[in-house]
Structure formats: C-alpha cells, structure tokens
Design a protein around this ligand. Structure first.
Ligand SMILES: Cc1ncc(COP(=O)(O)O)c(C=O)c1O
Length: 320
C-alpha cells in the first residue's frame, strides 16, 4: 500500500494543541509529538464504519485485542508476554501517575531521569510522592545514564525508577548492556522500574533495535511496569485509547485493573478478586485519569486502597 506523506492538512480549526500554541505563522510548531500526516485507511476505514453506525455506547475490550498485542510484541521483538499481564487504560500519562500512586507509599521516592517529558516530573507531585532527579549526561550528543550517580540516588525510601526508552527528549535508544546495568542496580537495591516505551516502534536507524526492559531477566520481568501504546506509532494522540502498564506478579502492592464491566469486579494480580463498590466502570476511568486513588499501609502489613471519584461516588477496595 502506498501512503500519502505529501498532502498538507490544515488542522487549526480542529482545536489542534500543536497548531494553536503559537499565533505567529512563521513558527513551525515542532514542540509536540504529533504528526501532520493523515492516518492510513487501515485505521480510518473501521473508524468511519463506527461513526456511520451512529451509536457510541459502552464497549468491552475485545477478547482478541490482547492476543493481537501479544502476537505483535512477539513478532517485533521476540518478547513473549502473557495475556494476563496486560491492563488497558486510557493513556501513558495516566499510567505514569498510576505507577507513582501504586508502587510508592506516601513518603517514598521515584528516581526520574532529567531532562524528561514533563508529565514524568508531574506524576510524583500529582500523587504526593517524592522525586529525585537523575541527570543524564551528554556523551557527544547522545544522552546517557550515569550509572554511578544513579546508584548514589538510591536510598531506603527510593522504591521506583522511571525509565524512558527511546528517551524523550534526546531520542537515545538504550542498548541491552545499558539496560542490564540499570536493572542490576535496581535489583541490588530492590527498586521497581517503570519503563515508558511508547516510542519503541519509531526507531528509524537500521543499526538500532528496541530492547524491552522487562524481557531482560526474571528480576526485570517481575519488578517492572512497561508502558506501551499506539498513539505515537500510528499518530493517534487525540484518542485516549490506551497505555499498557505491566504490573509484575510479585507480592509488592500491585494493581492490575481489569474491568469486568457488568459486575464491577476488579482483579488484582492473579490471586485477588476485589469487590468494587461503585456504581459504574466509567467512574473508574475517571479515577484513573483524575487520580483520586489512595493507598494506605497498615502496621500489620495489610494494605487498603480506597478511591473517590470527582462526583463523590464512593469506592472502597481492600487488599487481603
Ligand atoms: C515519553 C512519552 N510518554 C508518554 C507520552 C504521552 O502519552 P499519552 O498521550 O498516551 O498519555 C508522550 C507524548 O509525547 C511521551 O513522549
């Protein structure tokens, strides 16, 4: 199929964030990861079909969707994921916030690379968690991790490390050796890694290949959250379709939100089933994006998660 990269599409009248930022027509707005190419017909045709049907009611996640994702990841990178690792949520930024809220208790700290796409910095603050910056070093134009400095930042309260690969900004594609070094440090200090890999399909240099951090070894598999999504690859940023965090199977506080829309059950990890005392699943999506979730740890090691949505529908969830 031939794709059209030549047609100029006028977007200002569509409230485009990118094009409304600067009023000066001489400024080319290259400040946001959002392209001006129309999506291919493979994407727009099914969308047209749905629009023409004219009904936009509640929908379930199609059963085959996770299988398609699994097959795609396997085909592209060889990483064999399990379907029950996958959680569908509306956006990678939501996942960053959720990771801070769930992997860190109040008073705990995330190590965040710097410079970084701004919502990484905001997530810990949004969730009232601590953050220390881990400054990347410029090695002849390639932004790299300073492993010694990274390790020095890890303290008993540092429980999570944000990783962005390919990195934004700078575009560094971290190689397997670098990922190994990072994971080894996190393993040594028992730190969870939240790895945003939403740009992984957009590596254009033939000699570079994306390596999924979670596929490295058992520690990485069991102690990381991988965020993936279609918005960068297919230029779908305006559709808050999904980010895909992978919360590991360890006994750490893990939240796998898996909607069972009719009876409001949430499944936590493989072993927990939690009654969701709520009126609707849409309130859960609102919570995910408005961050009204709280987690409390009690002295006897029990953990309670409670949540309240913006319209005061009360939710209460207990982990056993
Ligand atoms: C590294 C990174 N993560 C996440 C996002 C935003 O993802 P989403 O729109 O799914 O929240 C961006 C957008 O540019 C990004 O660069």
């Amino acid at each position: 199929m031939k794709y059209d990269f030549d047609t100029i599409v006028e977007r200002k009248h569509t409230h485009s964030t990118k094009w409304l930022k600067f009023s000066d027509p001489n400024i080319i707005p290259m400040w946001i990861a959002d392209m001006d190419f129309a999506c291919p017909k493979e994407i727009t045709d099914p969308m047209h079909e749905r629009v023409d049907q004219g009904i936009f009611g509640y929908t379930d996640t199609p059963d085959e969707l996770t299988q398609i994702l699994k097959d795609r990841i396997k085909l592209r990178s060889g990483w064999d994921i399990e379907e029950d690792w996958v959680v569908w949520i509306p956006g990678a930024v939501v996942a960053l916030n959720l990771a801070c809220r769930t992997a860190l208790a109040p008073g705990e700290i995330v190590v965040t690379p710097s410079p970084i796409y701004a919502p990484f910095d905001d997530a810990s603050e949004n969730m009232s968690r601590g953050m220390v910056k881990n400054f990347l070093v410029d090695n002849k134009g390639r932004m790299e991790l300073d492993f010694e400095a990274t390790e020095e930042l890890l303290s008993k309260d540092t429980k999570m490390l944000f990783f962005c690969n390919p990195h934004n900004p700078g575009g560094t594609v971290f190689n397997e050796e670098e990922i190994q070094q990072l994971v080894d440090i996190c393993d040594k200090h028992n730190v969870i890694i939240c790895s945003d890999e939403i740009h992984c399909d957009l590596i254009l240099q033939d000699e570079l290949k994306h390596f999924h951090l979670a596929s490295l070894n058992d520690y990485a598999e069991q102690n990381s959250i991988t965020i993936l999504g279609p918005c960068k690859t297919f230029n779908l940023a305006g559709f808050p379709l999904f980010g895909i965090p992978y919360f590991p199977h360890s006994d750490f506080i893990i939240i796998i939100f898996l909607f069972v829309s009719s009876n409001h059950l949430i499944q936590l990890s493989n072993s927990f089933k939690i009654l969701f005392l709520s009126t609707s699943t849409s309130s859960l999506s609102r919570i995910l994006s408005t961050h009204f979730l709280t987690i409390d740890k009690y002295p006897d090691n029990q953990t309670a998660i409670s949540a309240r949505s913006s319209d005061q529908e009360f939710l209460f969830i207990i982990l056993f």
